[in-house]
Design a protein around this ligand. Structure first.
Ligand SMILES: NC(=O)N[C@@H](CC(=O)O)C(=O)O
Ligand SMILES: [Zn+2]
Ligand SMILES: [Zn+2]
Length: 345
């Protein structure tokens, strides 16, 4: 196979940051994706509909001329989010989901939820309105090993949440374990999951063998090979419960290559190429379109895109760095390495 044409994909989990960073990173996603669910973990976080709509305008202003890219906005759930705010968000027609960050679990999650019981009214409103709750699924308990935090989250938080709100639509974001893949596959249709390209391509050896590679450090952290294989199985299964979410998370080179490096992999510039590589290695390229372009909109109740994109079999090398802000640069995942697929146009 030398070309692969598919319905234009969407990215159901994307970080674009704000301010001057937008013009550095929005074009990369707009070139590949039709729409993207925009993560609200800014400083300060996007907690109101008004903030989400203003942020949306700033993103749209950074979309290059001639490209059609629709940011699907989200709110950042806090202990103080009200049912009224959820109603306002839903009524806007532009805010499509609400994000749960357990306080302290990941980048910019300090204002996150300390106890889900405090959000009960907001979550009940979401269940009533059919608005999905997007979940960073890791516990923050200092006693729990970082490699076990997702599996423990299923027992301690995800199961009780779904029992209390059985009709709530939930997306288990960026799943990284066989435990999460199995839990989602066996759950009713209101639970789905996004999977990143990097968790499909790499296990933790890639980050830790032969020297520590900070650009592979993200949260949830890369796991052992058995888990990567379970994710591949889920993504290529054809199940509508699994869909594309890059979790592309830009941080300046200096913030990654540091004694205390930030979590996040910048994958947006070659997102589709990275997914194609993973699907081809699994002998499942024909399943890429469902995962990348159909399952996400179907779950969110949005129309599928009508345009197409074409991947071409062509060797090319990812740049070592890309321009970021204020003279800084950013390192894309797999910088300086050769990929076998390239998006045309
Ligand atoms: N995935 C990451 O490692 N980082 C994300 C936050 C997140 O999605 O958890 C970021 O905002 O940098
Ligand atoms: Zn996260
Ligand atoms: Zn993320």
């Amino acid at each position: 196979m030398t070309t692969l044409t598919l319905t234009r994909p969407d990215d159901w989990h994307l970080h674009l940051r704000d301010g001057a960073v937008l013009s550095a990173v929005v074009p990369a996603s707009a070139r590949q994706m039709g729409r993207a669910i925009i993560m609200p973990n800014l400083k300060p976080p996007v907690t109101t509909t008004e903030q989400a709509l203003a942020y949306r305008e700033r993103i749209l202003a950074a979309v290059p001329e001639g490209l059609d890219f629709e940011p699907l906005m989200t709110l950042y759930l806090t202990d103080r989010t009200t049912a009224d705010e959820i109603e306002r968000a839903h009524a806007s027609g532009l805010v499509h989901a609400v994000k749960l960050y357990p306080a302290g679990a990941t980048t910019n999650s300090d204002s996150g939820v300390t106890d889900l019981a405090k959000c009960d009214a907001a979550i009940a409103a979401m269940a009533r309105l059919g608005m999905p709750l997007l979940v960073h699924g890791e516990v923050t308990d200092a006693e729990i090993d970082i490699f076990d935090r997702e599996a423990v989250f299923i027992e301690r938080v995800m199961k009780p949440l779904l029992e209390r709100h059985p009709s709530l639509k939930v997306v288990f974001e960026h799943i990284t374990t066989a435990d999460a893949a199995a839990f989602v596959a066996e759950a009713p249709g209101n639970l789905a999951a996004t999977i990143t390209a990097h968790h499909l391509l790499f296990n933790r050896n890639r980050m830790l063998v032969g020297g520590i590679k900070p650009h592979y450090y993200c949260l949830p952290i890369l796991k052992r090979e058995r888990h990567r294989q379970a994710l591949i199985e889920a993504a290529t299964s054809g199940s509508g419960k699994f869909f594309l979410g890059t979790d592309s998370a830009p941080h300046a080179k200096g913030d990654k290559e540091s004694a205390c490096g930030c979590a996040g992999a910048y994958t947006a510039p070659a997102a589709l190429e990275l997914y194609a590589t993973a699907f081809e290695a699994a002998g499942a390229l024909e399943r890429l379109e469902g995962f990348a372009s159909h399952h996400g909109p179907d779950f969110y109740g949005l129309p599928r895109n009508t345009e197409t994109v074409t991947l071409q079999r062509e060797s090319w090398t990812l740049p070592e760095t890309l321009p970021y802000v204020g003279g800084e640069v950013i390192v894309p995942l797999q910088a300086g390495e050769t990929l076998d697929w390239k998006l045309k146009g």
